[in-house]
Design a protein around this ligand. Structure first.
Ligand code: SF4
Length: 212
């Protein structure tokens, strides 16, 4: 990767000069971001820490897609642990929460805290996350979790970038078609899998009781 000094896109200015650690949730969410940062000559690594994903087979599948993607751009892929027990201990009590509710905020905090701690230990200047690229996520929660992680780790700055802007959402859709990524059916945890399966089982519209 080229140095941060050669970068050209003013919309891609991180809050600190130096290497960036990009937390990635999955290949579909990160494809356009990795491509854009690579083209801009950013010095960055992809950090895969998503112990929320269940079951293990689903986790391995998503990880392998993400690894292949990063490697296709020549970007370092850092494979962190699948600590699902730790994730459940933090987030399991909030099982009944809907998506974008309190469980998701805790889930983001756990993943971004580990990212920030790794970034601090390994001299990255800043960290960011592809979680803010998905319209299914509450971006305010993502930014709140990033700010929490920055403070708790006491090191690198959190780059609160809205990765839906600057044509990235459109490019994401194109790359989904071009690369044919594995089609994820739910956000990641067992609770989102259940909610998603229930939604799919519902008839498209409820029968009307009204007479014509
Ligand atoms: S729905 Fe997604 S973001 Fe929310 S807790 Fe589950 S895996 Fe995490």
């Amino acid at each position: 990767m080229s140095s941060a000094g050669k970068r050209t896109d003013p919309n891609l200015e991180p809050p600190a000069r130096g290497r960036i650690l990009l937390h990635s949730c999955c290949a579909p969410c990160s494809a356009a971001i990795i491509e854009r940062l690579s083209k801009d000559g950013a010095e960055f690594s992809v950090f895969y820490f998503n112990p929320n994903i269940f079951p293990r087979e689903e986790y391995e599948l998503r990880k392998s897609e993400n690894k292949k993607l990063a490697e296709s751009f020549g970007v370092e892929f850092i494979d962190a642990d699948w600590t699902h027990g730790e994730w459940l201990a933090e987030c399991g009590a909030l099982a009944g929460e809907p998506e974008r509710g309190a469980r998701c905020l805790e889930c983001f905090k756990l993943r971004l805290l580990k990212t920030a701690e790794y970034a601090a230990r390994n001299s990255y200047a800043a960290f960011s996350t592809t979680l803010s690229s998905s319209r299914w996520k509450n971006i305010e929660q993502v930014f709140e979790a990033g700010a929490f992680a920055e403070k708790a780790a006491g090191g690198p700055k959190f780059w609160a970038r809205n990765w839906r802007r600057g044509g990235l959402s459109e490019r994401r859709a194109q790359l989904l078609r071009e690369r044919g990524f594995y089609n994820q059916q739910y956000c990641g945890c067992e609770f989102s899998a259940k909610a998603s399966a229930k939604k799919r089982a519902e008839p498209p519209c409820a029968p009307s009781s009204e007479k014509p």
